[in-house]
Design a protein around this ligand. Structure first.
Ligand SMILES: [Zn+2]
Length: 410
């Protein structure tokens, strides 16, 4: 992910700098410094700045002023993000950090509010702060005597930039604030997932328009932003849709039940295992040991990648018990489908054993000594493809199991 380091904290929120930010800060300083003359002209014309252009363009001053304005701009961005963060904190949402990166700032909320009023207030707080920073810059600009041409340039420029930042952020596309404001407003009259999808569609249209405009104007930054907005809109919509689709779906609803489960014996050879995987088209098997008295014991899980670690010529000589995983990750059948996805992602694995009565097994399914007996405890297996198939069905039909009654406690 992003490489960032902490530079301090405000109101208990860590402020971090991403490495990409260190590239963009000198770039901004350079761009502002290089355009100091036309910008000073504009400030003189529209704000009556009275800046002596030959003074501010002399010697190293353009670069000093460019750097000061760039730093000031990013201070404005931090204040904008603080606006979001402090509003979110007021509603009880913890803020992990504020990070400055290539495209400005990100306030990392651990979770997103689904109450439209809260989302609206959190989203609009940033642009409001930017407008206030712009106004404050203007007041300081106004109070600074005309003899301080450099300071008037920086303050006047910051007044314009912060208001521009507020306007840019009101573009109704994720991840811009305008996208969240739009979703909040849409969510007043319809379910949150539908509001998200509509807001995402509008955002994608904006992204495409922005990208086309950038293409015709040969503006690479605009194309980059458009691309970023398009990706963000898609992923936001997908995440929310998935969460909504699986709202009432438990692991039990979508797992492969124990009765349908193909298992393998620990003393089967790896060659036999691969042959079975090939004919049954499964890539993961629970390893179950029979004790000769009709009892069964779950001893591990073996996957195609475990088997492939053995060279083809040696596959007859190795048994399943030598390659299987004994550090088993389990999940309760009554857990949410979303929890199963998160646990797979967290452990970087493709399947979980579904085990009833997790208390007896230890929360992570510690298969210590003596190995616990299955005795009906292993109720199924859930794989990433089970989840994706179920998601597909939910999206197309609206439900995994149309006959299922709403469960108690929902
Ligand atoms: Zn914002």
């Amino acid at each position: 992910m992003m490489k960032s380091f902490r530079i301090g904290s405000l109101f208990g929120i860590p402020i971090k700098l991403d490495l990409t930010f260190l590239l963009v800060l000198p770039l901004f300083a350079y761009l502002i410094g290089a355009q100091i003359e036309p910008v000073a002209d504009i400030l003189n014309e529209f704000l009556g700045a009275g800046i002596d252009v030959s003074y501010v363009t002399g010697g190293l001053l353009p670069w000093v002023l460019g750097f000061a304005a760039a730093v000031g701009l990013f201070v404005g961005v931090v204040l904008h993000e603080l606006g979001h963060s402090l509003t979110a904190q007021r509603y009880g949402f913890p803020i992990d950090s504020i990070t400055l990166w290539l495209f400005g700032g990100i306030a990392a909320l651990s979770e997103m509010p689904e109450d439209w009023r809260q989302e609206f207030n959190i989203a609009i707080a940033g642009p409001i702060v930017s407008v206030l920073v712009g106004v404050a810059s203007y007041v300081l600009f106004f109070l600074t005597p005309e003899t301080f041409g450099g300071a008037r340039f920086v303050l006047g420029y910051l007044a314009v930039l912060n208001v521009a930042l507020a306007i840019f952020n009101m573009i109704p596309a994720f991840p811009m604030d305008g996208g969240r404001i739009l979703r909040a407003l849409l969510a007043r009259g319809r379910p949150y997932p539908r509001a998200t999808q509509q807001a995402a569609s509008i955002g994608k249209l904006f992204a495409i328009a922005m990208g086309l405009f950038g293409l015709f104007a040969f503006n690479i930054i605009l194309i980059g932003v458009a691309f970023f907005v398009y990706i963000a809109a898609s992923s936001e919509a997908q995440q929310v849709t998935m969460k909504a689709a699986f709202q009432d779906v438990t692991v039990r609803d979508i797992m492969t039940t124990a009765g349908d489960l193909h298992t393998v014996e620990p003393d089967a050879s790896v060659a036999e295992l691969i042959q079975r995987m090939f004919t049954e088209r499964h890539t993961g098997y629970p390893v179950v040991e029979t004790d000769g008295f009709g009892g069964e014991r779950l001893v591990g899980l073996v996957t195609l990648s475990d088997a492939r670690d053995i060279k083809p010529v040696e596959r007859d000589a190795y048994t399943v018990s030598e390659v299987m995983t004994t550090d088993l990750k389990t999940i309760d059948p009554d857990s949410d489908a979303m929890t199963a996805i998160e646990r797979m992602r967290e452990h970087g694995i493709g399947r979980l054993l579904v085990v009833d009565g997790r208390d007896e097994w230890g929360s992570e399914g510690a298969f210590g000594d003596p190995a616990p007996r299955t005795d009906g405890d292993l109720v199924g297996l859930i794989s990433r493809s089970d989840v994706m198939t179920a998601f597909d069905i939910v999206q197309k039909s609206g439900s995994v199991n149309p006959s299922s009654q709403p469960r108690a406690g929902d």
